[in-house]
Design a protein around this ligand. Structure first.
Ligand SMILES: Cc1cc2nc3c(=O)[nH]c(=O)nc-3n(C[C@H](O)[C@H](O)[C@H](O)COP(=O)(O)OP(=O)(O)OC[C@H]3O[C@@H](n4cnc5c(N)ncnc54)[C@H](O)[C@@H]3O)c2cc1C
Length: 380
C-alpha cells in the first residue's frame, strides 16, 4: 500500500484528499494499459480520463474561470505516474499543450478547452527546434505577417503528442526585437495545410513524439495567443505552472520504486533471512524514503506557493523539478540494484521505471539549466 500520509500535510485541503481517493480508485480499475501501440493507447487514455472527469484540472474552466490548481495537477501526475507512465504523459500533455490558451487565449481560442478537458481533443506544446532546445530564445521558425494572416515556416522537434494532437501551441519568431522579445505564440489546428510530421522519434520509454515541419502554414492573425513579441514570456509562464508537475511525475515513479523495493526486500530470502534484514539494504531503503519525502516537500511547497497567488515560483519550481527528477533517478537505480537480475529484466516494473525517469531530467529545462536558474535567483 503506497504511503498516502503526505496528504495530511498542511499544504492540502479536504478537496485534494477527496480527489486523490477518486483518482486512486480509477487507476486501480484502469491501469496499467498496453503500451504496444502508444498512439492508440494515448488516444484511449485521454478519452477515458476525460469521460471520468479527470482532465478537468488541466485547463481553464471557461464557465467558472480561475487559476489552475497546481496541487491538484501534482497529485494527479504523481498518482498516475505511480501506476503507469503513459497515463501521466496523456494527462500532462492536455495541460502543457493548452496552458498558453488557458492563461492568455481569447474567448474564441478558449472554446478548444471544453474539448481538451473532456478528452475530445488532444493538445501539444511546440517550442523546441533542432537548433534550439535549452537555448529557446535562439529559435529559427518564422511567422511572417501577410495581410490578415501569419505564415509559419520552419521545424519543431521533440514534440510530445506530435502526430496525434488535434491542436498545437506553436512558438515562432515574429521579429519585434532580437532574441526572446521577438517570439509570438500561435494556436495551430493539426489539420492546417502545410503542417506535417517529418519524423516520428523513438525513445527509451516510448510515447508519441515527433519532429514537425511547417511548410508555409497559414493561420489567421486571430490565431496569435497574447500579443506580438510575448511568446517567450507566455512559454515561461506556462512552464512556471507545469515545471513542478514534472517533479511530481518523477515522485510518482520514485514512490513506485520504493514500494516495489519494500515488497521485494520482505519477500526475497537470502542467507536464511529476508533481504530486508541486511543492514546495507536497510541503508538503501532509508536513503530512498528520505529522498521521496524531501522531493514531495519541495514539490508541494512550490505548488502551494503558486496556488496561494504568487505571480511566479521560478526558484521553487526549479528546485522541485531538479531535486525530484535527479533523486528519482537515484531511488529507481537503488530499486534495480535490490531487485538483482529481475531489476534489468525487460518488462519488469523497475526496469520500465529506469527507462521512464531518464527524459524527465532533460525536458522542460534540463537539470543543469535548473541549477543555473536556482543560482541566479539565489544570488539576486
Ligand atoms: C521525451 C522528450 C519529450 C519532449 N517533449 C517536448 C515537447 O512536448 N515540446 C517541446 O517543445 N520540447 C519537448 N522536448 C524537448 C526538450 O525540451 C529538449 O530536449 C530540452 O530542452 C533540451 O534541449 P536539447 O535536446 O536541444 O539539448 P541541448 O539544448 O543541446 O542541451 C544539451 C545539454 O546541455 C546541457 N545544458 C544546456 N544548457 C545548459 C546551461 N545553460 N548550463 C549548463 N548546461 C546546459 C544540459 O545537460 C542539456 O541536457 C522533449 C524532449 C524529450 C527528450
Amino acid at each position: 500500500m503506497p504511503d498516502r500520509s503526505f496528504l495530511d500535510w498542511p499544504f492540502f485541503e479536504q478537496r485534494h484528499r477527496d480527489w486523490a481517493q477518486k483518482l486512486e480508485a480509477w487507476c486501480a480499475a484502469n491501469l496499467p494499459v498496453d503500451h504496444s501501440d502508444v498512439d492508440a493507447a494515448c488516444r484511449d487514455l485521454v478519452a477515458r480520463l476525460g469521460d471520468a472527469g479527470l482532465l478537468k484540472p488541466t485547463a481553464l474552466d471557461t464557465a467558472n474561470p480561475g487559476p489552475l490548481d497546481v496541487r491538484t495537477l501534482c497529485i494527479t501526475r504523481e498518482t498516475l505516474a505511480r501506476h503507469d507512465g503513459l497515463a501521466d504523459f496523456a494527462f500532462a500533455m492536455q495541460g502543457l499543450g493548452t496552458g498558453a490558451i488557458s492563461f492568455f487565449g481569447t474567448p474564441e481560442q478558449q472554446t478548444w478547452l471544453d474539448r481538451t478537458r473532456d478528452g475530445k481533443a488532444l493538445s501539444a506544446f511546440a517550442l523546441s527546434e533542432p537548433r534550439s532546445g535549452s537555448d529557446v530564445a535562439n529559435m529559427d521558425m518564422a511567422a511572417t505577417r501577410d495581410g490578415g494572416d501569419y505564415v509559419l515556416s520552419g521545424e519543431k522537434t521533440w514534440i510530445s503528442n506530435g502526430g496525434i494532437a488535434d491542436l498545437y501551441t506553436v512558438f515562432a519568431r515574429t521579429g519585434e526585437a532580437p532574441g526572446a522579445k521577438g517570439i509570438s505564440a500561435f494556436l495551430v489546428p493539426a489539420d492546417t495545410p502545410g503542417l506535417n510530421v517529418a519524423e516520428r522519434i523513438d525513445v527509451i520509454a516510448p510515447h508519441p513524439l515527433a519532429r514537425l515541419s511547417f511548410d508555409d502554414v497559414r493561420v489567421p492573425a486571430s490565431a496569435m495567443i497574447g500579443k506580438p513579441g510575448d511568446g517567450f514570456r507566455i512559454a515561461m509562464s506556462v512552464l512556471d505552472v507545469f515545471r513542478s508537475t514534472v517533479g511530481a511525475a518523477a515522485l510518482g515513479f520514485a514512490r513506485r520504486a520504493l514500494d516495489e523495493t519494500i515488497d521485494r526486500a520482505a519477500s526475497r530470502r537470502l542467507f536464511g533471512a529476508p533481504l530486508a534484514d541486511l543492514q546495507m539494504v536497510q541503508g538503501h531503503i532509508a536513503d530512498m524514503a528520505l529522498d521521496v519525502d524531501a522531493a514531495a516537500l519541495l514539490i508541494y511547497r512550490a505548488a502551494w506557493t503558486k496556488d496561494m497567488g504568487a505571480p511566479r515560483v521560478t526558484r521553487e519550481a526549479a528546485m522541485a523539478k531538479l531535486f525530484a527528477t535527479d533523486k528519482a533517478q537515484e531511488v529507481i537505480d537503488k530499486a534495480v540494484q535490490i531487485h538483482g537480475g529481475d531489476g534489468v529484466r525487460r518488462g519488469h516494473i523497475v526496469e520500465s521505471l529506469y527507462r521512464e525517469i531518464r527524459a524527465l531530467r532533460i525536458y522542460e529545462g534540463a537539470s543543469d539549466v535548473q541549477k543555473v536558474v536556482i543560482a541566479r535567483q539565489t544570488i539576486k
